[in-house]
Design a protein around this ligand. Structure first.
Ligand SMILES: Nc1ncnc2c1ncn2[C@@H]1O[C@H](COP(=O)(O)OP(=O)(O)OP(=O)(O)O)[C@@H](O)[C@H]1O
Ligand SMILES: [Mg+2]
Length: 391
């Protein structure tokens, strides 16, 4: 699938901008703070209905305005899909709201819109998947699986609700005493929602690992081998299935959970083990190793989504070129050859990649995007690439 047109209205630094994009490699070039990451953020918002950046939805609305909107026309299997996300309410009555329309029809729940469009994003926050706390890796799993399975999102919502209620009860038992039996309905709800989450994560990480290792090699990390392994809080043992195991572990940890006022085991304590040549890259990887591992995970996730949805996700790669060495940078750009669309941002055109970039479609955020200005990147042989966008 690919994005054909992107329209931004009052979206962060953009006032009114319409951009046409072709298939293949698209390079967004422009100085710092010119709106490159914002473009990728807009595409990601259309795919997932949320921003990768933290903060409330209204933070995406252009300062001084009461509403903003992003609209994308995508082509998927020869058919057009139009998605638009409106932040705030242009009529002024429901400020702070977020509405999503698919082909002009407002969807009842955001969940309905998720997964219509597949996109995989690599940006500075993706590094946290490798070097951040386990919660970052859980978030990565949740977003990746959620993009291809609405049922997973439902299980996750049920699990979070059960966990919250159960923890409240544990705190009340700690404060006022009481029998553990009042927990039973919430324990059951926790296990019922938790077991499919554990199974989905196990199968996702297996698929991810198979894609990530060759991707990591391809990115030019030489003979270094990336291994990705699910590290569940409740693992199905040899003679117990996940459900029995979950009940048993909750029972074993009951004293501690009352003492601490929180559930001690379950998918909310899962992690993913990442090693490069057997060394824990989460804690001991060099910056470059962590970056390459994070990039390999993003690309592997896109491959898993491609297999599961039979659709090629759009790859959104923010600011990768500047930090990768020449071989890794070239390997990354070469990936676009077998992808339907890959949108890459860069603050400058690295000289060693100029020839490779000369064939790409360029969007220049440094100029007035809205004024339909042709943009140029000189390459080492003096050729120019031109592209027109606007109005
Ligand atoms: N709600 C908003 N209203 C107006 N401007 C905003 C809003 N949110 C962010 N901005 C501004 O948008 C500009 C573009 O940000 P963006 O992160 O897209 O830049 P960038 O081109 O990716 O920069 P860099 O090369 O430094 O990564 C910034 O100057 C930022 O302050
Ligand atoms: Mg940026």
């Amino acid at each position: 699938m690919y994005l054909k047109t992107l329209t931004l209205e009052n979206f962060r630094c953009y006032e009114q901008t319409r951009i046409e994009l072709p298939r293949g490699l698209v390079v967004v070039l422009g100085p710092n703070a010119s709106g490159k990451t914002t473009l990728l953020e807009a595409v990601y918002l259309l795919a997932t209905t949320t921003s990768p950046r933290s903060g409330p939805a209204r933070a995406m609305v252009r300062h001084g305005q009461s509403w903003g909107r992003v609209t994308g026309v995508f082509e998927r299997d020869g058919r057009e899909v139009t998605i638009s996300v409106t932040l705030g309410d242009p009529s002024g009555s429901r400020s702070g709201s977020k509405t999503v329309e698919v082909d002009g029809r407002e969807v009842d729940s955001l969940r309905e819109a998720i997964g219509r469009v597949q996109a995989s994003l690599f940006w500075v926050g993706s590094l946290e998947v490798v070097k951040g706390s386990p919660s970052e890796r859980r978030r990565f799993m949740n977003e990746a699986i959620g993009q291809t399975s609405a049922r997973y999102l439902d299980d996750l919502a049920r699990y979070r609700r059960a966990l919250r209620q159960r923890n409240e009860l544990l705190r009340s038992i700690r404060a006022r005493g009481g029998s553990g039996s009042i927990l039973a309905p919430w324990t059951r709800a926790l296990v019922d929602a938790g077991v499919p989450i554990i199974e989905d994560r196990a199968s996702f990480v297996r698929a991810l690992a198979a894609e990530a290792a060759p991707m990591h090699l391809r990115l030019g990390a030489g003979a270094e081998e990336l291994s990705v392994q699910y590290d569940p809080s409740v693992a199905a043992g040899s003679d117990l299935d996940a459900e029995d195991e979950f009940y048993q572990r909750l029972e074993e940890t009951h004293e501690r959970e009352v003492e601490r006022g929180s559930t001690q085991v379950g998918p909310h304590r899962d992690d993913v083990i990442l090693t490069v040549d057997g060394v824990d890259v989460r804690r001991f990887g060099s910056q470059g190793q962590q970056r390459t591992a994070a990039l390999a995970l993003t690309l592997a996730q896109a491959s898993v989504a491609r297999v599961r949805t039979e659709t090629e996700p759009i790859l959104l790669l923010d600011d990768c070129l500047s930090e990768l060495d020449p071989a890794r940078g070239a390997a990354m750009l070469d990936l676009s050859e077998d992808r339907e669309q890959m949108i890459v941002t860069s603050a400058c055109c690295p000289e060693h990649l100029a020839e490779r970039l000369a064939d790409a479609h360029v969007i220049d955020t440094g100029g007035e995007l809205a004024s339909c200005r042709p943009c140029r990147i000189p390459d080492i042989e003096g050729r120019n690439t031109e592209s027109h966008h606007g109005p």
